[in-house]
Design a protein around this ligand. Structure first.
Ligand SMILES: [Zn+2]
Ligand SMILES: [Zn+2]
Length: 334
C-alpha cells in the first residue's frame, strides 16, 4: 500500500532572503540565496496548489544536522550542507496540518460564579411569604351561622348505542370494527445507509513531503415507512341526554325517573355489552348537596355530602369557622 502512495512537496519559506513557497523535497537549499532549509518551518500548501514530488522514494523522516540544523535524507550518512555525521542527531519535528478546519466545539455555558449572599436573603424572604400565605389560608375564626337555604340536585346520563367512525393502524383495530377500508399511509421513517462522506487528510512524512489519506464516514438518509391505515366503524355507547331532578321537584333528594328508554334496552345488556344500534341505557349518575349559611349580612355556600346535608335543618344555627380571607371552612361542618 505504501508503494502506491503519492508524495506531495511540503513548502518552506527562506528566512534569509524571504523567498516564499520553496519545495520541501526538491529545494533542500534556497535556490535564491543558498541557505539551508529549516525543517521546523515546513507547512502544508493550500488546497489545490499541491505539487507532486516526482520519483520520490520515502526512506524515512529526515534527520536534522546537529551542527547546522539542515534537514538530511534518512539515506544520507553525512550532512549535505556541512558534511557532519548522522551520530547524535534526532529526526525533525512532524508538522500537524492546521489548514484543515478544526472541529467546531460548542462550549457548555460556564456556571455563573455568584455570591450566595443575596440568594440566602431571597430564600428567607420567600419562606416568610409562604408562611404568611399558609397563615392567611389556614387560620380561622369561629362564628355562628344560620342555615339559610338547603338545595340538592341529582342527574342520570342516558346513553345510546351509536355508530362511530374512526381511523387506526390496521394492526391495532378494535375487535368489533366493521365496514373497514384500507389505504397506505406513512407511519414512521427509518435511516438508510446512503454512501459515504469522504475527505483527504494530509500527513507530513517528515522528509519534505506529505501524503494524502482518504477518511470516510458512512452517510444516512431518512426513508418513509408505509403501513396500512384503516377507516372503520364501531358501535359505542354515547351520552345523548341527561335526566335531572332538584330541590324544585321535591324537598328530599330523589333520583329522576328513568322512563321511555328505547325498546331495545333489555336486549342491550345492562352490564355494558354490545347492543343494537339505537338502544338506550342508564349511564353515570351525579349528585350534589349545597348548604347556604348566613351570619351578620354575609353568606357562604358549602358543597357537602348527603349525610352532612341531612343533619342541618332549614333555619337552624351552627358554629362555622371562617377564614381570614373571608371564605368559610366547609370541612368544619360535620
Ligand atoms: Zn533564500
Ligand atoms: Zn550540517
Amino acid at each position: 500500500m505504501a508503494e502506491q502512495e503519492i508524495y506531495y512537496e511540503m513548502l518552506w519559506d527562506c528566512a534569509q532572503c524571504n523567498t516564499k513557497g520553496l519545495l520541501g523535497d526538491s529545494h533542500r537549499h534556497c535556490p535564491t540565496c543558498g541557505a539551508a532549509q529549516d525543517p521546523s518551518k515546513r507547512y502544508f500548501p493550500k488546497e489545490g496548489e499541491e505539487v507532486e514530488a516526482r520519483n520520490h522514494k520515502f526512506v524515512g523522516a529526515d534527520w536534522s544536522c546537529a551542527y547546522c540544523s539542515s534537514p538530511n535524507s534518512r539515506a544520507a550518512a553525512h550532512c549535505t550542507n556541512c558534511g557532519a555525521g548522522q551520530d547524535g542527531t534526532k529526526p525533525v519535528a512532524i508538522v500537524v496540518d492546521t489548514a484543515m478546519p478544526p472541529a467546531v466545539s460548542v462550549a457548555a455555558p460556564a456556571p455563573a460564579a455568584r455570591s450566595l449572599g443575596w440568594l440566602r436573603w431571597a430564600l428567607a424572604a420567600l419562606a416568610l411569604v409562604v408562611v404568611g400565605f399558609i397563615f392567611l389560608f389556614t387560620s380561622t375564626k369561629d362564628t355562628t351561622a344560620t342555615v339559610a337555604q338547603r338545595t340538592w340536585a341529582r342527574e342520570i346520563q342516558i346513553e345510546q348505542m351509536a355508530r362511530v367512525s374512526d381511523t387506526a393502524w390496521c394492526d391495532i383495530l378494535p375487535a368489533d370494527a366493521y365496514s373497514v377500508t384500507r389505504h397506505r399511509e406513512q407511519r414512521s421513517t427509518r435511516q438508510v445507509a446512503d454512501g459515504q462522506t469522504c475527505h483527504d487528510e494530509r500527513i507530513d512524512k517528515g522528509d519534505g513531503t506529505f501524503v494524502k489519506r482518504r477518511e470516510c464516514t458512512p452517510r444516512y438518509r431518512a426513508e418513509p415507512v408505509y403501513d396500512d391505515r384503516c377507516r372503520y366503524q364501531v358501535n359505542r355507547w354515547r351520552s345523548v341526554r341527561t335526566l335531572k331532578a332538584d330541590t324544585q321537584n321535591a324537598l328530599m333528594p330523589v333520583w329522576p325517573t328513568v322512563s321511555n328508554l328505547n325498546a331495545n334496552f333489555l336486549g342491550a345488556g345492562v352490564g355494558g355489552g354490545m347492543g343494537a344500534l339505537g338502544s338506550e341505557r342508564e349511564g353515570a349518575r351525579r349528585e350534589n348537596y349545597v348548604l347556604t349559611l348566613a351570619s351578620g349580612g354575609k353568606t357562604w355556600t358549602c358543597n357537602v355530602s348527603e349525610t352532612v346535608w341531612n343533619k342541618y335543618e332549614q333555619g337552624s344555627t351552627t358554629p362555622l369557622k371562617v377564614r381570614l380571607t373571608g371564605g368559610a371552612d366547609c370541612d368544619s361542618l360535620k
